[in-house]
Design a protein around this ligand. Structure first.
Ligand code: UTP
Length: 288
């Protein structure tokens, strides 16, 4: 089994749910407490053993490239003022060639964004992280998936139970066998009506994929919402490649939605020694 050393992070969506904040800033640069979403995703990838990452960007590319590069003036100023802790924080970024960028020239869907990274992936298996799905866990969600991959190989998605009346918001697995941790599946459906949903196990933004998905993505077929869907490409490989959903351990925050983003900020702040007491006091004050 080939080890997974590459990850693709699509960050080219329009982020319309966060307008006007995302008018000229990608939503992946929104901070949870004091760190942008994209940095959490990159740290999760490296923790899982990923060696090279490709960001598929659209607009706002410069902001992310700048974030993961030296800020010479700022570093000099922090150094001159003896702010060494802060200096350390702004110098944390991957070495050149460990982080690469390509552009999705039009937002044609998640499947199309992944297709844009096909030359980078080549014939290797690879991981995909959607940075707006933030998973608070130790070890990280992708590391848990890597461990599952060592057991079963093939394509793996991270999954969580959703209420049946919400299946029309998610990609849903058609499960064959389920041991409570790993569910092997014979299909997946994008946003099924509750009455038609084959299960209530929904996919979140973490995937381990074989390069076979590109054979389908090459066809540029559109699916739900008129977009080129990654789930359709995974479904097309069923039968050729084992397919499992992993119930990860941890708490997932859908930071692409406002309630999820606000909840993530609270959860991460309440977990910080330097912030928890003050934040708790603020919440108590707001709640009266
Ligand atoms: P979303 O479905 O959250 O869409 O994308 P969005 O455009 O980012 O946000 P809204 O719904 O308008 O508020 C899920 C993931 O797929 C990426 C996004 O960047 C996000 O990581 N994506 C989506 C692309 O890279 N390209 C696309 O064409 C679509």
């Amino acid at each position: 089994m080939k080890p997974i050393r590459k990850a693709v992070l699509p960050v080219a969506g329009l982020g319309t749910r966060f307008l006007p904040a995302t008018k000229c800033m990608p939503k992946e640069m929104l901070p949870v407490v004091d760190k942008p979403l994209i940095q959490y995703a990159i740290e999760e990838a490296y923790e899982a053993g990923i060696e090279a990452i490709m960001l598929v960007t659209g607009r706002g590319k410069n902001l992310m490239e700048d974030h993961f590069d030296h800020a010479v003036e700022l570093e000099h100023t922090l150094e001159a003022r003896g702010k060494l802790k802060e200096l350390e924080l702004v110098r944390q970024f991957p070495a050149p060639s460990k982080l690469m960028y390509t552009r999705q020239q039009a937002p044609l869907g998640l499947g199309h964004a992944i297709w844009c990274a096909r030359e980078f992936v080549g014939t290797d298996p690879f991981a995909v992280i959607l940075p707006d799905d933030l998973v608070k866990s130790d070890p990280g969600c992708l590391k848990q998936m890597m461990d599952a991959y060592a057991e079963v190989g093939g394509n793996i998605v991270a999954v969580t139970e959703v209420p049946r009346d919400q299946t029309n918001k998610y990609g849903i697995l058609d499960v064959v066998e389920d041991d409570g941790r790993l569910a092997s599946a014979k299909g997946l459906v994008e946003k099924p009506d509750p009455a038609d949903a084959p299960s209530t196990l929904s996919i979140i933004g973490r995937y381990i994929l074989q390069h076979d998905v590109f054979a389908h993505l090459d066809k540029k077929e559109t699916g739900a919402g008129g977009e080129i869907q990654l789930t359709d490409a995974i479904a097309a490989t069923l039968g050729d490649v084992p397919f499992h959903g992993l119930r990860y351990k941890g708490r997932r925050f859908d930071c692409g939605s406002k309630p999820g983003f606000v909840a993530a900020n609270l959860a991460y702040a309440l977990d910080r020694e330097d912030l928890a007491d003050d934040v708790r006091a603020e919440i108590a004050d707001i709640l009266g």
